[in-house]
Ligand binder design. Structure first.
Ligand SMILES: [Zn+2]
Ligand SMILES: [Zn+2]
Length: 178
């Protein structure tokens, strides 16, 4: 599987695999220093879970540690989203259920699988696109709500997470929006 931006073949519509959200109508907001959440973990060689594991304040708050700010530095295990540290998965066609993502490795409880990526657009644009997709008979449209004013459209550009309508990992969703 590739996250390099190669077009994925045999998809329902022309589709580009991206590993980061695309911002076509506004700039990506940069996190301000005062908004960065710093945990109180101390790395201990004898205890691998000490570097931002289950007890980390950021993990408990569903927030990733910010590279360069975590007291555990490179030992931090809570930067998977920012480092694109995805689980090994493969996209497969499931009979009668559209596209699905299957695991190519054992997934542990709480493990980060993949990020739902697409184009970040305004709700107004999302409504306009939804109508256009309907008019053109696009059945596999993937627009999800991001917040009160924005949505993510992964219909034409997205990560494999977004085209897998039947993900085979029950209860596997953890939301990290930024
Ligand atoms: Zn921590
Ligand atoms: Zn950390």
């Amino acid at each position: 599987m590739s996250f390099s931006g190669d077009p994925v073949t045999e998809m329902p519509i022309p589709y580009r695999d991206i590993s980061r959200n695309h911002f076509s109508y506004r700039r990506h907001k940069k996190q301000k220093d005062e908004d960065i959440s710093i945990c109180e973990c101390k790395f201990d060689f004898g205890d691998p879970d000490s570097a931002c594991g289950e007890r980390c304040l950021n993990v408990i708050k569903n927030t990733e540690c910010t590279p360069g700010f975590c007291p555990c530095d490179d030992n931090c295990k809570n930067q998977k989203y920012q480092k694109c540290d995805y689980a090994k998965t493969k996209l497969v066609k499931c009979e009668g259920r559209g596209w699905g993502l299957v695991a190519l490795e054992e997934i542990k409880e709480g493990q980060f699988i993949i990020e739902y990526c697409g184009e970040v657009i305004s709700w107004k644009e999302a409504k306009r696109r939804a109508q256009t997709y309907e008019t053109h008979g696009v059945k596999d449209a993937y627009i999800i709500s991001l917040n009160a004013s924005e949505a993510i459209d992964a219909t034409k550009k997205g990560s494999l997470a977004s085209v897998s309508s039947s993900v085979d990992f029950p209860f596997s969703i953890r939301f990290i929006w930024s």
